[in-house]
Write a protein that binds this ligand. Structure first.
Ligand code: ADP
Length: 196
């Protein structure tokens, strides 16, 4: 079947869309433990980009796990498939000319490498939201750590499932050492030149 799929050559390209939007498109990927601050920071970064007239879209567990990936669990192979599908969706959105913000725990290094392969290196920025497990557990935004300690959740990253921290992220944010505003400024300062 695959050999009969021959791509059609469309006349409107990514480059055309970027020129129309007056900015480049790429994927900003936030990785970190649950409760580390990925969504909080990504959300404010998106608001700031919106104010600058940048066309954006945010992907997170809420809009992905409840829709296209609702058939997937948190078992390692399903986590890999979860990230692969998100990367493919993000890739289409980047092609559509958007700056995509994706906030997912994405605990496995090989899965994050795969995102880079799908969207291509130049379109990928990795932001490591580095918050200690102790602090995430103290915040326990969704009550998941408590449930996990009580044995009610399997495969909880940081507790009963590993988190492989990025070795060379584009940006590292230590939320125990800075405010949300400072984190957002660090990220904006890094990405603003890349929009041009
Ligand atoms: P995640 O998306 O990584 O699971 P959330 O953004 O949902 O995490 O939750 C992070 C929690 O931590 C929020 O309640 C947020 O208000 C709090 N928080 C405290 N300090 C910071 C900080 N410096 N940066 C980001 N979040 C912070």
């Amino acid at each position: 079947m695959k050999e009969n799929i021959i791509p059609h050559s469309y006349q409107v390209s990514k480059k055309d869309r970027e020129e129309k939007n007056k900015h480049k498109s790429f994927l900003i990927w936030f990785t970190g433990l649950s409760g580390s601050g990925k969504s909080t920071i990504a959300n404010v970064v998106e608001q700031e980009l919106y104010k600058l007239g940048v066309k954006t879209y945010s992907l997170d567990g809420d809009n992905i796990r409840k829709g296209i990936n609702k058939d997937l669990s948190f078992a390692p192979e399903d986590r890999t498939e979860n990230i692969r599908r998100i990367a493919e969706i993000a890739n289409l959105m980047v092609d559509a000319g958007l700056v995509v913000l994706a906030a997912f725990v994405s605990p496995y290094r090989k899965d994050r490498e795969n995102i880079k392969a799908i969207v291509k290196d130049v379109n990928f920025l990795e932001v490591f939201i580095n918050t200690s497990l102790e602090e995430c557990e103290r915040r326990d935004v969704k009550g998941l750590y408590k449930k996990s300690r009580a044995g009610e959740i399997k495969n909880m990253t940081g507790i009963s499932s590993p988190y492989e921290a990025p070795q060379n992220p584009d940006i590292e944010i230590k939320t125990e050492e800075c405010t949300v505003e400072e984190a957002v400024n660090t990220i904006l300062n890094y990405i603003k030149p890349k929009l041009k």
